[in-house]
Design a binder for this molecule. Structure first.
Ligand code: KIV
Ligand code: NA
Length: 264
């Protein structure tokens, strides 16, 4: 595989090819995923939970993400590297530019931020300043205290229509990739058809253009609990190389996620 860029991902959506992505936090796993042919890796603020053992992602700092981005960058040859902007690091456009510069200089090819309409100006500003942006809608974990828990989002009609509008607005503002987390499959399908950029789902059914999982969930090492939307690929295969190959294969064929990993 050659180097994956935002254009590669767009071409894949246009050709109807599925995009396989996963989180990564260190060079060794990043290298394994890269060799297996994973298209993009996310240094997610999920590291607050799976690496640091916190109960949510809010304590994660820009420095934490930068450190792990440098680690992942050293293990990657081909995959696109995406870094999360953590909680409150993009509260204003000016803050966002300064913090995105740190992530890009740590080795990211793209930054990701959570939210809808309130971010249009920020996204436009980033793209104008040459920073590619990935959006994130649905269950945006940095809003856990507003949601009152980690709950499926977009279940009522009004909220669903609003999410479709936000997806289109973010696309117009300039995002080149969009993560959809824990939303009904029908809504993920509607959003994927409403935008021309690739959508990447987690708990959003097999209707998105690609999938992402937290690597610890895919390998069954998340404190003994695997979320409904994940699958223990390591238990099924017995080794990490085969687990990643099976994940990529089942994303490609649409076998993962199945209805048992999705929400209605
Ligand atoms: O932080 C993270 O790992 C994420 C993915 C679950 C999309 O944002
Ligand atoms: Na995240």
């Amino acid at each position: 595989m050659s180097r994956v860029t935002v254009s590669t991902l767009q071409k894949m959506k246009d050709a109807g090819e599925k995009i396989s992505t996963i989180t990564a936090y260190d060079a060794s796993f990043a290298h394994q995923f890269d060799v297996a042919g994973i298209h993009a890796m996310l240094i997610g603020d999920s590291l607050g939970m799976v690496l640091q053992g916190q109960s949510d992602t809010l304590p994660v700092s820009v420095e934490d993400i930068c450190y792990h981005t440098r680690c992942v960058r050293n293990g990657v040859n081909n995959a696109l590297v995406i870094a999360d902007l953590p909680f409150m690091s993009y509260a204003t456009p000016e803050q966002t530019y300064a913090n995105s510069a740190k992530l890009m200089q740590a080795g990211a090819n793209m930054v990701k931020l959570e939210g809808g309409e309130w971010l249009y100006e920020t996204v436009r500003g980033l793209v104008d300043r040459s920073v590619p942006v990935c959006g994130h809608l649905g269950l945006t974990p940095q809003s856990v205290n507003v949601f009152g828990g980690f709950k499926v989002q977009g279940r009522d009609n009004e909220k669903a229509l609003q999410m479709i509008e936000h997806a289109k607005g973010l696309e117009q503002a300039g995002i080149q990739l969009l993560v959809l987390e824990c939303i009904p499959t029908e809504l993920a399908k509607a959003i994927t058809e409403a935008v021309s950029i690739p959508t990447i789902g987690i708990g959003a059914g097999n209707v998105t253009d690609g999938q992402i999982l937290v690597m610890h969930d895919a390998l069954g090492i998340s404190f003994g609990k695997i979320p409904k939307f994940s699958r223990n690929f390591l238990a099924e295969t017995g080794n990490i190389e085969k687990a990643v190959a099976l994940y990529i294969n089942d994303v490609n064929t649409g076998a993962f996620p199945g209805p048992e990993h999705s929400f209605n």
